[in-house]
Design a protein around this ligand. Structure first.
Ligand code: PMV
Length: 359
């Protein structure tokens, strides 16, 4: 019996991944860039042994442990990932898994990112695939095959990009998954991975998540990716964002909040425009999200408080600022009527093995 435990952070995208050029391999249509989040963590323990079946128990935020069923829609991806890694390791042994989140799930705080990254890391180590775990780019490819592209940006610490292969971009729209030659598939798989821009010690940037509505969102990001290209503005987004990707990378390296902030907001607004104009439309913003966005802009305009908003597929607002301004931003956010509570995050290491097991 081998028992392994890892912790994995969620991450917040400054440049968003929205839409794929190949759905079966989860190949992103555009490169995305994110920061890991120290306050939103999944812990996962995997035991590999002579069990009859794979068993997964999950403890969501403020809930008790619950057994997942292999045939249910969402857990299917987790059980599939166990099968895949078991066969990669040429093993027949089954697993016993416990996993816990310290933050709300399915509300736009990337709980699938930390969850899938933690599960994949613990499985690779549990099945003795240390090399695949240690090579962080290969590790990120393994995470991607779980089904969450954003999760691959949690493989490593700090500021990370998820690369979209050029050929995939060119070919997008022109092929169906069945038509893809196996060579092209292999190429796409190799070229679609996470790369660290700079580590967690580079810049004291802070993400304060303002929780407006911890209820489950109505449309999952997996469903949203499938619909992205039904928006008439999707192709426009893909072309207008290319300069922004390069500028974002540079602003991070230069530690320049005045440069980075507007890029973050533009990209969030650009992605949400695509979402709202998809067929059928998807609205993740709530009245509370609007209140926060408008106030963040007002604080900048009136007080030069350097804070910028970004939203993923949910109504909660991530407010990005520097550590020196974070107390002030947190205080102001918590005074807004629509903010229930906040979660403070700094850049942190990616998936990490720890010695304290969950069982
Ligand atoms: O990784 P997925 O399939 O859960 O998609 C995530 C999409 C966004 O969170 C909206 C954007 C991003 O890049 O994280």
């Amino acid at each position: 019996m081998v028992k392994v435990t890892v912790v994995a952070p969620a991450n917040i995208a400054f440049i968003k991944y929205w839409g794929r050029s190949e759905h079966n391999l989860y190949i992103a249509r555009n490169t995305s860039i994110s920061m890991t989040m120290s306050g939103c963590i999944t812990t996962t323990t995997v035991e590999v042994g002579d069990f009859e079946n794979d068993q997964i128990e999950v403890k969501f935020f403020n809930q008790e442990y619950k057994k997942l069923q292999a045939l249910d829609h969402k857990p299917k991806a987790l059980f599939k990932q166990i099968e895949r890694i078991r066969s990669l390791a040429k093993s027949t042994q089954k697993t016993k898994i416990k996993t816990e989140n310290n933050f709300p799930n399915d509300v736009g705080i990337a709980s699938s990112a930390s969850g899938f990254a933690a599960l994949t890391g613990a499985l690779l180590l549990g099945y003795g695939l240390e090399k695949e775990f240690a090579d962080k780019e290969e590790f990120s490819r393994q995470i991607r095959l779980c089904g969450s592209g954003s999760a691959i940006r949690s493989a490593m610490g700090g500021f990370v990009e998820f690369l979209a292969p050029k050929e995939a971009i060119q070919a997008a729209g022109g092929f169906s998954p069945e038509d893809l030659a196996s060579e092209l598939k292999e190429h796409l798989h190799k070229e679609s991975y996470a790369r660290q821009i700079t580590d967690e010690n580079h810049w004291n940037l802070v993400d304060i998540v303002a929780i407006t509505n911890p209820k489950k969102k109505l449309v999952s990001s997996s469903q949203g990716h499938l619909m992205a290209d039904t928006s008439p503005y999707y192709e426009t987004r893909i072309s207008e964002m290319q300069d922004r990707i390069a500028q974002t990378r540079q602003a991070i390296l230069d530690k320049d909040i005045r440069q980075l902030g507007p890029l973050i907001e533009e990209d969030s607004n650009s992605m949400h425009s695509v979402m709202m104009t998809s067929k059928p439309p998807i609205f993740y913003w709530s009245p509370g999200s609007m209140e926060i966005m408008l106030n963040v802009m007002k604080w900048r305009r009136e007080d030069d408080l350097q804070a910028y908003f970004t939203l993923d597929a949910g109504s909660n607002v991530h407010v990005i600022t520097e550590k020196k301004d974070s107390e002030e931003v947190k205080k102001r956010l918590e005074n807004l009527p629509s903010v229930q509570w906040t979660i403070y995050n700094q850049p942190c290491p990616g998936v990490t093995k720890i010695n304290k097991h969950l069982f």
